[in-house]
Write a protein that binds this ligand. Structure first.
Ligand SMILES: *Cc1c(COP(=O)(O)O)cnc(C)c1O
Length: 432
């Protein structure tokens, strides 16, 4: 889609250095969100579904839960999917209407459920025990919430087991294929006219489109079965979850939302019949490619013959990559202290973070122009699940996050999305 990713990152990075958002000593690490890019991605998501269908695209807040980011998404017409009381508070802070919020969590407490039902937030029930809690709450009050059951189509795992939610034994949802479950589920819908939605989320990064589409087809077939058996159109909506994988290997956005929707049409044509309202819950595919991390190289050294650059970005902002490097490889781009791209001859080197454990590496033995102290590394594709959800190892602070917009003349303006925060370092000697 957007072929100018690297150029655009460099433009934003150089502006950030000029404007002092990145500085040695005081601002050694920051996250950036390309807000124009977010708008374009949301437009491509909305454009992928036919206008004739009623679709709520609910952004999965866990992918980037910064309130100003959620506000931006709300203004672009999206809803918000939340998976904890904290994310629910952030969605309300970002001024989403309750009807635009979808609450999915496998561990909702009674109080959280009661609040969601009182406000009219969509609730997807994760199991039979949770359903019994809803019965209790709804005995004494009415609710305008859309209520669905999350089903597990048990279609199997993708390449990353931890991201696969539709395995035979996944902790999420009610497994459709387990002995007796279809009968119990049908009875649950028969007994509860307020159960009008079916939800599934097959998995995230690493799941091939065919696997996701097959899982959704199972959920749609289940909805059709409920309506056929009950002889009434009780199920009026299907929440198809998120999980579109992201290409971390280049600036190409593949697969696109168009490709995904074409696949869904093949596997689950009934979803497009116009009989159902649809909710989607994309997270990574909306934000990942619209964000990058930038960090100074503090030192370099050569160890056992291998050059190593010690940067300020490690496990605290790239947790998954550091702990599971094979599943979550990231690209690294090299820049000089002014933010200009470095074009030297590639040298194999490690790019390390600041944390005090040996595995704190963003890249191992990677061929890149040789990094020097004072250079800046850029880590593309980190707009989702990286700097927005930092890990507090070594009492490292959460880095500032800046939203960037580039106008027609190439001028970059920034908006602070999150200030740097955390344990305050001891003031420098000179200031004491
Ligand atoms: C994590 C999650 C999503 C979003 O997944 P992405 O891979 O970021 O699109 C959507 N729905 C549910 C229920 C989730 O747990």
């Amino acid at each position: 889609m957007r072929g100018y990713g690297k150029e655009r990152r460099e433009r934003i990075l150089r502006a950030a250095v000029r404007q002092g958002l990145l500085q040695p000593e005081t601002a050694v690490l920051a996250g950036f969100v390309d807000l124009d890019g977010v708008g374009e991605t949301v437009a491509s998501l909305r454009g992928a579904f036919p206008d004739s269908l009623r679709v709520l695209h609910a952004f999965a807040a866990k992918a980037n839960c910064l309130v100003p980011v959620l506000e931006e998404l709300r203004r672009s017409g999206m809803g918000c999917e939340v998976a904890s009381a904290g994310e629910l508070a952030q969605a309300l802070d970002a001024d989403f209407e309750p009807a635009q919020i979808v609450f999915d969590s496998p561990a909702k407490t009674r109080a959280e459920l009661a609040l969601a039902l009182e406000l009219g937030i969509t609730v997807n029930v994760d199991g039979f025990q949770e359903l019994a809690r809803l019965d209790e709450i709804l005995k004494t009050r009415r609710s305008g919430s859309r209520i669905g059951i999350r089903v597990n189509p048990q279609v199997g795992a993708g390449a990353i087991t931890a991201m696969s939610t539709a395995t035979a034994t996944s902790k999420f949802g009610i497994p459709l294929g387990d002995e007796g479950n279809r009968r119990r589920l049908l009875q649950a819908y028969r007994d509860r006219p307020w159960l009008t939605w079916v939800h599934t989320h097959v998995g995230s990064q690493g799941c091939p489109l065919d696997l996701i589409a097959r899982g959704i087809a199972e959920a749609v077939a289940f909805a059709e079965e409920v309506n056929a058996r009950l002889g009434r159109r009780q199920v009026t909506g299907i929440d198809i979850g998120g999980g579109l994988p992201v290409n971390f290997a280049s600036d190409e956005t593949t697969p696109g939302f168009d490709t995904y929707v074409a696949r869904l049409r093949e596997y689950a044509p009934a979803l497009f019949s116009g009989e159902y309202e649809i909710i989607t819950e994309f997270g990574r595919s909306v934000l990942a490619k619209n964000g990058f991390t930038a960090a100074y190289v503090e030192y370099t050294k050569t160890v056992g013959g291998r050059p190593i650059a010690i940067t300020h970005a490690g496990a605290q902002v790239a947790t998954r990559t550091v702990f599971a490097p094979d599943a979550w490889p990231l690209r690294i781009e090299t820049h000089d202290p002014q933010g200009r791209a470095k074009h030297g001859r590639p040298v194999r080197q490690d790019v390390a973070g600041p944390c005090c454990f040996a595995g704190d590496l963003l890249a191992r033995d990677r061929a890149l122009p040789r990094l020097d102290a004072g250079d800046i590394v850029v880590v593309p594709d980190t707009g989702a699940y990286y700097f927005s959800t930092p890990f507090h190892y070594n009492s490292l602070p959460e880095p500032a996050v800046h939203g960037a917009r580039v106008d027609a003349d190439g001028r970059v303006t920034f908006q602070l999305l999150r200030p740097a925060r955390g344990v305050q370092p001891v003031p420098a000697l000179a200031e004491r």
